[in-house]
Design a protein around this ligand. Structure first.
Ligand code: FES
Length: 280
């Protein structure tokens, strides 16, 4: 069991959790993730690392309630049953500071993807490298950590679907206007957003790294659930990624695989809602 300091709602359906887990925080690098289980009989949920406090051993996670497992996680109060990590390879950009220090970099964060973007941008800022960020969301009320990301970035550009904050449109609407300013783009968010970003950056020949978030079961390369096709070869996001060259990802396959369990997920969410309503 791991001590949860808080697990609070930060907007409509997003939560921020602070958990005491020194052995993870000591080793965690930007770009990596953890798996968590709310209870002994829960499914493992892969979550990107949002922030770390290595001095005190605190790990910060931001997640969205999208199915039964994340709904159950949102009910966790004092203790988290299990947490494993850090998993996956560290961020390609943050792990190669000498190579990228003179490059112009833009991070693109969509929805909850802004949390792992924050983790990388903060690391770069701590190392004297300020990058630009494009943050896209459905509308202003779904946006999170805006003030925090602004402090550590060179510049933040916003896009919302309904125009309630920043440019009306998508992250690609903003990116296309400024795309010639950059040498590297890192996109983290919904698969469809990363696909659209990559289609755009390919046209402009802008190197693009994406962080894949497929279905995961064990998170350790054993089950094969997280496979992605990269440059024609099967890769496991949990051990070979989660970051890959975005121009080499088969996004259509990734989208198809994500939708395989849609029905079961909905069913699971309904059942979990009923269980939590009865037991809390
Ligand atoms: Fe099982 Fe990656 S989650 S192989």
């Amino acid at each position: 069991m791991y001590k949860v300091l808080y697990n609070k709602k930060i907007n409509d359906n997003s939560y921020e959790m602070k958990v005491l887990v020194p052995f993870v925080v000591k080793k965690a690098l930007p770009g990596q993730f953890v798996t968590v289980m709310a209870r002994e009989d829960s499914e493992k949920i892969p979550l990107s690392i949002y922030d770390c406090d290595p001095e005190n051993g605190y790990l910060y996670l931001i997640y969205q309630v999208v199915g039964g497992s994340t709904l159950e996680l949102s009910y966790v109060k004092d203790n988290l049953y299990s947490i494993a990590g850090p998993l996956g390879k560290p961020s390609i950009v943050c792990n190669n500071l000498d190579d990228i220090k003179d490059k112009k970099i833009v991070y693109v964060g969509g929805g909850i993807g802004i949390a792992p973007v924050y983790n990388q941008v903060k690391y770069l800022s701590d190392n004297g490298i300020k990058v630009d960020v494009i943050y896209g969301a459905r509308n202003e009320s779904t946006m999170i950590i805006r003030d925090k990301i602004e402090v550590i970035s060179n510049k933040v550009m916003y896009a919302t679907d309904d125009g309630s904050y920043g440019v009306k449109g998508f992250v690609t609407t903003v990116l296309e206007d400024v795309i010639n300013n950059y040498d590297i783009c890192v996109a983290i968010g919904p698969v469809i957003m990363m696909k659209n970003v990559c289609e755009l950056t390919k046209k402009y020949n802008l190197k693009t790294i994406v962080s894949m978030n497929p279905i995961m079961i064990d998170g350790t390369g054993m089950c094969g659930a997280c496979r992605c096709k990269v440059d024609g070869k099967m890769k496991f996001a949990c051990i070979d990624g989660p970051e890959f060259d975005g121009h080499k990802i088969d996004f259509d396959l990734a989208l198809k695989r994500m939708n395989i369990y849609k029905e079961e997920e909905k069913d699971k969410l309904d059942k979990m809602k009923a269980r939590l309503d009865n037991n809390g």
